[in-house]
Design a protein around this ligand. Structure first.
Ligand SMILES: [Zn+2]
Length: 487
């Protein structure tokens, strides 16, 4: 998958060039008449054979990973999300689909409905240079049909959530563009990039955008567009030279915001440049999405999770470690585990960034120590049971692969992770959050287990161990796998 920091200067030049040529290789090209004064709608289409994960178009920039929509709030004002869709997050997570028909990587309205209205709140008024929308589907769900309205929210009669039936024009909104990319002579399958811009340089200064999206056909129930990404490009961003997907090299040092905009993550591969591409395209999008989720899993009163942290990939012994808000990870480990444990191990380390057990201790002179087995078990619990349960890295599937395995609740890492999952399921789904909050305040004691479950941790551990051993006895252990993980 390829995302580029995109160049508006070059995009504009490409647009001018495009106006002069009748056709582009495998790509339709049209500039519609301005919907209002100076607004230009540029539509590019890659047919099914030409569409690739690069979302490369002649005049519309490829999806941007970081833009004014990244941290914006997306809400449905009207209409229903299709349960098979990836939800609204997928529209501004900087990740575009890698295949033509990939429901979880797109947002689409429910089958049998006629679209709906989507509100984008940028959080503050932004001078907008472009609004770019992307879609991809092999059939009639490829094209885009929508009206775009914008508002600064200043009008006295402003209605931020006008449902269908309410004319946005009459409640503080302004029509910016009317988009309909449906071709006349086919179902229109393929990939679409739409760029809404203004000959004056900026569309305007707006905080709110409202998309009134329609289905593309009503012959069957499946006419709602697979929207892949919505980018809002601010006019005050420094122009960067546009790069084609093939030429662009990933930077060795960069900062990405998390998708809720509350944290910035610096990723440094300066001493490991061969890993820059992996960091840019594989690691960064996962952390941007998962940091806010880990923060939400481990809350505590009065605590704000770090708003910046750094990952440095370097030559070192071992796998990875975290100190304060800095993660260090072995270059060799990432190379060896690029398609294995690489990202999971950094999810584990990111849990340590969120735990911050020094926080309460600084304000609590009587702080009790946090047991290492629990600190590490919790990090592996989030990793194996929340982030990648499909890997079966700490459940009974994994345990069956161990030789001479006798589980102890305080064995740390995956084994404790399994125990925490078991107690969460059996007694208290909040127990991990509660133990985390106690450790963060320097108030952990073994007595907490009793308080939350009515049993001592030893009693729980014994009961859990008996159950595991019964399960293991039911099926003989198979081959051993090396027990190796991030610490
Ligand atoms: Zn650890």
């Amino acid at each position: 998958m390829t995302y580029r920091r995109i160049g508006l200067g070059m995009a504009a030049m490409a647009l001018l060039a495009g106006c002069q040529s009748a056709s582009h290789r495998k790509t339709d090209w049209q500039t519609g008449p301005p919907a209002t004064g100076h607004v230009t709608v540029t539509v590019n289409h890659n047919d099914n054979d030409a569409a690739t994960a690069a979302f490369a178009f002649p005049a519309v920039p490829p999806p941007s990973r970081v833009d004014a929509a990244t941290a914006a709030q997306f809400t449905l004002v009207d209409g229903e999300t299709d349960p098979n869709s990836g939800g609204l997050d997928t529209l501004h997570d900087g990740q575009a689909p890698t295949e033509a028909d990939q429901p979880p990587a797109n947002f689409f309205f429910n089958a049998g409905t006629d679209g709906g209205r989507l509100l984008v709140d940028l959080g503050q008024a932004v001078k907008i240079r472009e609004v770019n929308t992307y879609s991809w589907h092999p059939g009639a769900r490829g094209p885009q049909v929508y009206e775009l309205y914008a508002s600064d929210g200043g009008a006295g009669n402003f209605n931020p959530r006008p449902r269908r039936g309410t004319d946005p024009d009459k409640c503080g909104w302004q029509l910016v563009a009317n988009v309909d990319t449906r071709p006349k002579d086919s179902s229109g399958g393929g990939q679409y990039g739409v760029s809404i811009s203004d000959t004056a340089g900026a569309i305007g200064q707006y905080r709110y955008l409202l998309f009134d999206m329609s289905d593309t056909e009503e012959e069957d129930d499946f006419g709602n567009t697979f929207y892949s990404e919505i980018d809002v490009i601010g006019a005050d961003l420094p122009a960067v030279e546009a790069e084609s997907a093939d030429q662009a090299a990933s930077p060795v040092l960069f900062v990405i915001p998390t998708i809720d905009g509350k944290c910035k993550i610096t990723i440094d591969t300066r001493t490991a440049p061969p890993l820059a591409d992996w960091a840019d395209h594989q690691l960064a999008p996962v952390l941007a999405k998962w940091y806010p989720r880990i923060v939400a899993l481990l809350p505590s009163p009065g605590f704000t999770a770090p708003t910046h942290y750094t990952i440095t990939v370097k030559r070192m012994d071992g796998v990875a470690y975290t100190t304060g808000t800095h993660i260090f990870v072995s270059e060799q480990w990432i190379q060896d585990q690029m398609h294995g444990q690489a990202i999971g191990s950094l999810i584990h380390e990111t849990v340590h960034i969120v735990q911050q057990y020094g926080w309460g201790r600084r304000n609590n002179p009587d702080a009790t120590p946090s047991p290492d087995w629990l600190v590490e078990g919790m990090a592996d619990y989030v990793r194996w049971f929340k982030y990648e349960p499909q890997s079966h890295g700490a459940d009974i599937v994994w345990m069956r692969k161990q030789r001479n395995f006798t589980p102890g609740y305080d064995d740390s890492y995956r084994v404790t992770a399994n125990f925490l999952d078991w107690v969460s399921e059996k007694d208290d789904p909040e127990i991990v959050a509660q133990l985390n909050a106690a450790m963060r305040d320097g108030k952990y004691t073994d007595e907490l287990w009793n308080r939350y479950t009515g049993q001592t941790v030893q009693e729980l551990g014994k009961e859990w161990q008996n159950q595991i051993e019964t399960q293991l006895a039911a099926k003989p252990a198979s081959a051993n796998v090396p027990k190796k993980g991030a610490e």
